[in-house]
Design a protein around this ligand. Sequence first.
Ligand SMILES: Cc1cc2nc3c(=O)[nH]c(=O)nc-3n(C[C@H](O)[C@H](O)[C@H](O)COP(=O)(O)OP(=O)(O)OC[C@H]3O[C@@H](n4cnc5c(N)ncnc54)[C@H](O)[C@@H]3O)c2cc1C
Length: 446
Amino acid sequence: MSMPTDQSADRPGLAASGQSGLSSLWLSTAGPAPLLPTLAGDCRTEVAIIGAGYSGLAAAHRLQQRGVAAVVLDANEVGFGGSGRNGGVVSAKYRLSFPAIAGAYGLDIARLMHRIAHESVDAVEELVQEFGIGAAGFARVGNLKCAHTERSSASIVAEAEWLQRELGDRAVAVLTPAEVAAETGSRSFRSGVLTKDAGAIHPLNYIRGLAAGLAARQVQIYEHSPVTEMQRASDGVSLLTPRGRVHAQQVIVATDAWSNLSPATRRFRQSIIPFRSAIIATEPLPPELNARLLVNCRSYTETRRMMKWFRKVDGRVIFGGRGAFGKQESMAAFDGLQHGMCALFPELQAVRVTHRWSGFVGMTMDQLPHVGRQDDRISFCVGYNGAGVAMASMLGRYAADFAMGEQPAVGLLDASRLKAVPFYPLREAGVRMVAGWYQLLDAIGR
Ligand SMILES: Cc1cc2nc3c(=O)[nH]c(=O)nc-3n(C[C@H](O)[C@H](O)[C@H](O)COP(=O)(O)OP(=O)(O)OC[C@H]3O[C@@H](n4cnc5c(N)ncnc54)[C@H](O)[C@@H]3O)c2cc1C
């Protein structure tokens, strides 16, 4: 198959990051991958799902619960995309703040979006429990948003107070600079907002556990089975792969930032900008440092536009962020992350970085994910803007309901709001220009 792709550097699969001498902490600590077949021959099903990440498998799970036959096809291994590479921060958020949503669309819409966001974290918890995925280590450790300037401090405190007052959100609490310093071990922050019900997870064990659990329930999941073409017929849609085809009544597209892998999903390629996001992990910290840094093992995010985030996993600090990282994985980008990490935690200068990896997040024009119907045969859920662990676990569920002809209330996430990117061929330059501008604003504290 010809896979014209911006992401060809990563194409060989999860081990791809190893190709360039880089490796993911998740890959080196995950349990075994489930043994799954490649599609060979033809079959018929009610719903075919393209993509075996959280979106695709959450959709498959919903269909399985409803007694609807489904087949899942992935071009690579389960978890090849964001679902096997992410930071494992399980949060109830969008890139748009709730006050901004209320300001533009009204309080009722903000309430609905807030409810969906919180249900998405519940969705992860439910899946982990239902399939007994203990190795995912899911826990509601909380997320602490740390303000890097007085200006950002005023903004996050005002937002937290708004959430408490207008949406009755009791999970958020404002922390003083001293409390943030005690929590993080860093004196770089002006204040913090704790969201107590956010979680953290081992992302690859989560997706592998889902796949294993669904396969044990006879859901057919095929790896290394790229859909190269969708052919419409009067009685459904045929999905072509190199060694077989699936004929389905309904199709769900769940390819997020990887929608450019094949022309079959080209409609989504026009609407989603893949943006590289990178992560480093240190060696296990010496005991004295381990006892001082990130003591509550929450997830932590910064308020910079080019947001950095960090966690502690098994005594290691993992530190990630987005930037003008470009098409290929580059050591300069990882060095930049390490520099940012040591600026916050100078003690980490003496600690080795042992893992470096990256992937693509799928950005949309309105900074929101979207779910719903494209037409009478095709539904989709895509565009998580880098916050998809919880949301994809939820929107896959909705996508299955849409495919079954239902109309769940999804507010601003509605499919009709997914817009094509204008001047799509220029997106690479655009991404780099915007990222560079944001980095400059961050650097000068604006
Ligand atoms: C480095 C990084 C860090 C992140 N950190 C976080 C975080 O901490 N918290 C958070 O909430 N989110 C995070 N995210 C985002 C999150 O991982 C994604 O939003 C989420 O995994 C999207 O899941 P998905 O199932 O929609 O897509 P993916 O997991 O990307 O799966 C898409 C799948 O589609 C397959 N595919 C594509 N085209 C075809 C085709 N033609 N035929 C068959 N299969 C195809 C691909 O092989 C891929 O497996 C991060 C992402 C990255 C890359």
